[in-house]
Design a protein around this ligand. Structure first.
Ligand code: NDP
Ligand code: NDP
Length: 315
């Protein structure tokens, strides 16, 4: 587990990525995860170009270890973000929500390692053809933006492992060492973890959002708004409005108007639990505490190793 294609490719010690999450993963979280031996990832989807520059500079000052930037490719100023990553010598970029064909070659020509997030084996093949170094297979359980086809991580990860020759990182539904061990059993060579790190000390999520994540019960999240961009969120009063709109036969335009602008910021960064959009994964039902990022990385890794040892001993 310690030494594999992903740890060798990226120069990290522990194959645990902290997902790039809008409003939650700034430089404090990313540098803490990288300093703990995992891969910290800045969530650039919510950062204006100058804010991303500030967060990259602060990350570089806070850690000597590799870190990454997540670029959702539908971000309005994507070209500026790409230029920033190249100019500031970001070592690793994770692209998502768009075609890997457009930017992969340019990023790689600048010496940047590139990974792309996929929700199907067909997209994994496209990413491989585009020349990425690894794919991140993210299943239905994950929070935030998600695939339309609802393929769960348990099914998606082996499908993607069979489809591509590249190393595969498993994401979606992974919040502890048990799930990490399961992901490795499915063929993954690293895990990408989101929700568990939202409820960490260094996350930039609003304290009220962290509380809401801890309070989320089994069945407390749902994947909705497929007509716009499918997103998994907590069933809060804002979600009740979405459900009511669906019941009244709302079309795409009406849903877009209801969503409006900046809902995710309102919910996750400003802590408006009533009117905000609260993006989190199903695994929130398992979360009970707000530890430091280093505690999360180390406890998850050691639990995974322990699980594998126990399974070996039983077989
Ligand atoms: P600052 O260092 O200016 O911090 C702003 C204030 O928030 C400070 O009082 C700081 O405390 C406190 N703070 C911020 N994050 C945390 C945390 N995780 N735990 C405890 N205290 C915290 O800003 P940052 O360097 O944090 O961020 C730079 C800018 O980026 C800010 O404008 C911020 O709002 C924004 N940002 C944007 C994100 C996005 O996704 N768009 C994500 C995170 C931040 P202290 O005095 O101890 O430093
Ligand atoms: P909205 O259109 O509702 O709002 C845009 C938000 O992004 C605002 O809060 C705005 O901050 C902030 N923002 C940062 N940079 C820019 C920019 N250059 N132009 C306009 N707004 C900017 O979008 P969402 O909040 O739903 O999503 C924001 C981004 O995050 C998108 O790029 C989207 O692709 C990505 N995203 C990624 C997800 C994931 O799971 N990876 C999940 C959801 C979104 P302010 O309010 O301060 O103006």
């Amino acid at each position: 587990m310690k030494s594999n294609r992903i740890t060798a490719l990226l120069g990290i010690e522990i194959p645990i990525f902290q997902a790039g999450m809008i409003w939650c993963s700034g430089w404090r979280l990313a540098s803490a995860v990288s300093n703990a031996g995992g891969l910290g990832i800045l969530g650039a989807g919510s950062m204006y170009p100058d804010v991303l520059k500030e967060h990259i500079a602060k990350t570089q000052a806070a850690t000597q270890k590799p870190f990454a930037v997540n670029l959702p490719l539908l971000y309005p100023n994507i070209e500026e973000h790409i230029q920033t990553c190249i100019a500031m010598k970001v070592p690793i970029v994770v692209t998502s929500a768009g075609s890997p064909r457009i930017y992969t070659a340019r990023l790689k020509a600048a010496g940047i390692k590139v990974m792309h997030v996929v929700a199907s084996s067909a997209f994994a093949l496209k990413a491989q053809e585009a020349g990425v170094d690894a794919v991140i297979a993210e299943g239905y359980e994950a929070g935030g933006h998600n695939g339309r086809e609802e393929t769960t991580s348990m099914v998606l990860v082996p499908l993607v492992c069979d489809a591509v020759d590249l190393p595969v990182v498993a994401a979606g539904g992974i919040g502890d060492g048990r799930a990490m061990a399961a992901a490795f059993a499915l063929g993954a060579e690293a895990v990408q973890v989101g929700s568990r790190f939202v409820a960490s000390l260094e996350s930039s999520a609003h304290p009220r959002f962290k509380e809401a994540v801890l309070g989320a019960q089994e069945g407390g999240t749902t994947l909705t708004l497929k007509e716009l961009a499918p997103v998994r969120l907590i069933k809060n009063p804002f979600y009740d409005k979405i459900q009511k709109a669906y019941a009244q036969g709302a079309d795409t335009e009406a849903l877009r108007a209801l969503l409006g602008r900046g809902r995710a910021k309102r919910g996750m960064f400003e802590g408006d639990l009533t009117e905000g959009e609260l993006e989190i994964g199903q695994v929130s039902a398992l979360l009970r505490s707000v530890p430091s990022a280093a505690e999360i990385v180390h406890s998850m890794y050691h639990e995974a190793l322990q699980r594998i040892k126990e399974l070996n001993a039983k077989s």
